[in-house]
Design a protein around this ligand. Structure first.
Ligand SMILES: [Zn+2]
Length: 327
């Protein structure tokens, strides 16, 4: 009998005595359970009219230097002010999310996560299976932009990980990468390699700007974060959701400071204007937003507090999923 067992026995007998003496009510939970320390499968499902939307987490990690990496122009004073105004934590969690859309005619994936970028990326595949789907069921993939954390899941060592899917991307994205790759840029070459197996199989479709792919699903140009960055809008039964990609990479920072410049944005004034317009419209119309890096599941709305916007995540909704009961 070890020390812990003796301690537990003494504790149990002391409690029994207390119950018998009438000083403690008989509660039966005495044993200390070990902590489990695992999370629930990271998918979140909801209905948008007749369409099923499933958010799939690809990665979540604490990123201590994220503020400096994401917003190199934010000053120390501004960071202090953000932390006190928005409850932003010094080491904040950062999610990367893909969104699966089932229209019943088609299974669509928006962005594929960053498989291969670091060992912790690539959980989208585990979560896709946990959500009841298989990669080969995906018909179409729509990419918001060709950064490694959005296209990493396309392929691995030249093999398409979504063997039946057609990949759609604004043509400006590949053109931008090809230009850089030609100068020897290794990152751009690696990004093109992720898409190459689809190009070889004639399963890559480049589109030019605002495009309607079928009624209720379209791309909307939101150039800025990258040359061909695109939103995707899905609508059903009068309900609308807009997938923002990296238009906003951190809600607490960019909603509080609309003019903060994210990395890679070549025209700060144009980017700020685009955010002002989109924040105002989203809050006014009240449509849902899917953010690739918002806190999982990355689905919510914007609320306008006299010109200041705050993120309102969707409430958790239990099953059965009923379009009438959903946002
Ligand atoms: Zn990203």
């Amino acid at each position: 009998m070890n020390k812990q067992t003796i301690k537990n026995l003494l504790r149990a007998s002391a409690i029994t005595m207390a119950v018998l003496a009438g000083t403690l009510s008989p509660v039966t939970v005495f044993a200390a359970a070990p902590m489990v320390k695992t999370q629930a499968p990271a998918y979140y499902r909801m209905m948008l009219g007749d369409i099923e939307i499933t958010a799939l987490l690809d990665e979540n990690s604490t990123w201590p230097s994220a503020m400096k990496d994401l917003f190199p122009n934010v000053t120390g004073t501004q960071i202090k002010s953000l932390m006190s105004q928005t409850q932003l934590q010094a080491e904040f969690d950062f999610s990367t999310i893909g969104f699966l859309i089932n229209t019943t005619d088609k299974l669509i994936l928006i962005d594929t996560g960053g498989k291969g970028a670091t060992p912790s990326y690539g959980q989208l595949f585990t979560n896709l299976k946990a959500a009841g789907y298989r990669p080969e069921q995906v018909d179409d993939i729509f990419i918001t932009h060709m950064h490694p954390d959005h296209i990493g899941g396309l392929s691995e060592a030249g093999v398409r990980l979504f063997p039946n899917a057609m990949v759609h991307i604004d043509t400006l994205e590949l053109a931008q990468l090809e230009k850089r790759a030609a100068t020897g840029n290794k990152g751009s070459q690696a990004s093109i390699a992720k898409l190459r197996p689809y190009m070889d199989a004639k399963k890559y479709h480049g589109f030019a700007g605002d495009t309607e792919f079928f009624p209720g699903f379209r791309a909307i140009s939101s150039y800025g974060h990258t040359a061909g960055h695109s939103f995707y809008a899905v609508e059903s039964k009068g309900k609308k959701m807009l997938f923002w990609g990296d238009f906003v990479v951190h809600d607490k920072v960019q909603l509080e400071m609309v003019d903060v410049i994210p990395p890679g944005e070549p025209d700060a004034a144009k980017g700020t204007k685009l955010r002002q317009i989109n924040f105002a419209t989203a809050a006014k119309e009240g449509y849902l937003i899917g953010g690739a890096h918002f806190a999982f599941p990355g689905i919510g709305r914007l609320r306008d507090l006299n010109g200041k916007y705050i993120w309102v995540p969707v409430d958790y909704a239990s099953i059965p999923l009923n379009s009438e009961a959903q946002p």
